[in-house]
Design a protein around this ligand. Structure first.
Ligand SMILES: [Zn+2]
Length: 359
């Protein structure tokens, strides 16, 4: 793939290509936008184009440098992200990266360092990186990606050129759902609405067990399955076991392809687990959003979960508008908490119990 194959993000791609062709490349970029929107895809293409031997601002995809970049084996393109139980970018990784940045490029024109989920830099790693960003070695480009820009040290943010990624239009998402996954129109529309303009999320929804999880949660909420502690506890346990099974399956798949599970793989798996959990909470969020739409507009053509229209209408009728709004706020706050390091099981139990009791 090359910049040409990036779907959407036209202005950003043009800006980065222009930097490549003019040679006016910044030392540090901050790619900001929600998870799954395409930040890493664009970062990978940028890193490739910066070192293309044919000087093709698109990245020719054919020269040795481009081929190595595509195979993630270019010695001058390094990726790093959160790892370990703390889910943070470790100080050792940052030190290693800084050492590496001090050396000349091995083969390419520039050394490119991509720090994924840069909001997980802890203060020590962040400060170590900051020193390098303040006096960047020649021919180095840092690309930090983040879905929580505000959680970054302000001093780091101010050292970077910020590039904001916007969700893709629903029409584009529908086309992708139709062409890439051969979905019929109505279903493509549903997935497009659920994806929130993010291709990564669309892929996740279509590969994952999103609908099975959604159906069981909506079933529990509508059927009184969240009314008591004794009902909620096993439900949350089953949900967490289900998410962990998905993670184990991912890990088994990676081992089958010959990967050792080191820090980078561990980080990837943990990231996927977090995404699956996020999507699970997002499905609850969208369900309540539909209830609110029904309350406010009474128009079920605006439902995202259109296939659950009857349940949505019944649930909406059984709740006050204020109750629905409070539930939506609650889901959003629990989602933030579990994205951090909150006790996952307890947070989910509290959420479903409160939703079960809300009126
Ligand atoms: Zn090339």
């Amino acid at each position: 793939m090359s910049f040409k194959d990036v779907i959407g993000h036209k202005t950003i791609v043009a800006q980065l290509k222009n930097a490549v062709s003019s040679g006016r490349v910044g030392n540090a970029y901050l790619f900001s936008g929600p998870t799954g929107i395409g930040k890493k895809t664009v970062a990978a293409q940028f890193a490739k184009a910066l070192n293309c031997l044919k000087n093709d601002p698109d990245g020719c995809g054919e020269c040795e440098s481009c081929r190595k970049a595509d195979a993630s084996s270019h010695p001058d393109v390094k990726w790093c992200g959160p790892a370990g139980a703390s889910r943070s970018i470790k100080i050792e990784s940052v030190r290693e990266l800084i050492r590496n940045a001090g050396m000349k490029p091995y083969e390419g024109r520039r050394k490119v360092f991509v720090l994924a989920e840069a909001e997980t830099l802890n203060p020590a790693s962040g400060n170590a990186l900051l020193k390098t960003l303040e006096e960047p070695p020649a021919d180095t480009v840092f690309i930090l990606t983040t879905s929580h820009k505000d959680a970054l040290l302000p001093t780091i943010r101010s050292r970077c050129q910020t590039v904001e990624f916007q969700p893709l239009p629903a029409k584009t998402m529908e086309e992708i759902a139709r062409s890439r996954y051969s979905l019929p129109d109505r279903e493509a529309g549903l997935y497009a609405a659920m994806s929130g303009g993010r291709i990564g999320r669309l892929d996740l929804l279509l590969k994952g067990d999103y609908f099975r999880r959604r159906d069981s949660i909506i079933g529990a909420l509508a059927g009184g399955g969240c009314a008591t502690v004794s009902a909620v506890v096993p439900m949350v346990e089953a949900l967490i076991a289900d998410l962990k099974d998905a993670r184990k399956a991912d890990e088994a798949g990676m081992k089958e392809q010959g990967s050792d599970i080191g820090d980078a793989e561990e980080a990837y798996l943990e990231g996927r687990y977090k995404e699956e959990l996020y999507e699970t909470l997002q499905c609850v969020y969208l369900f309540y959003r539909d209830m609110l739409v029904h309350k406010a507009a009474g128009d079920d053509s605006l439902f995202i979960n259109y296939d659950k229209a009857d349940i949505i209408k019944a649930m909406s009728a059984a709740h006050t508008r204020r109750g629905i709004e409070e539930s939506i706020d609650l889901i959003a706050s629990i989602r933030r908490a579990v994205a951090g390091n909150a006790n996952l099981k307890l947070a989910l139990e509290v959420l479903f119990l409160k939703l079960g009791k809300a009126a």
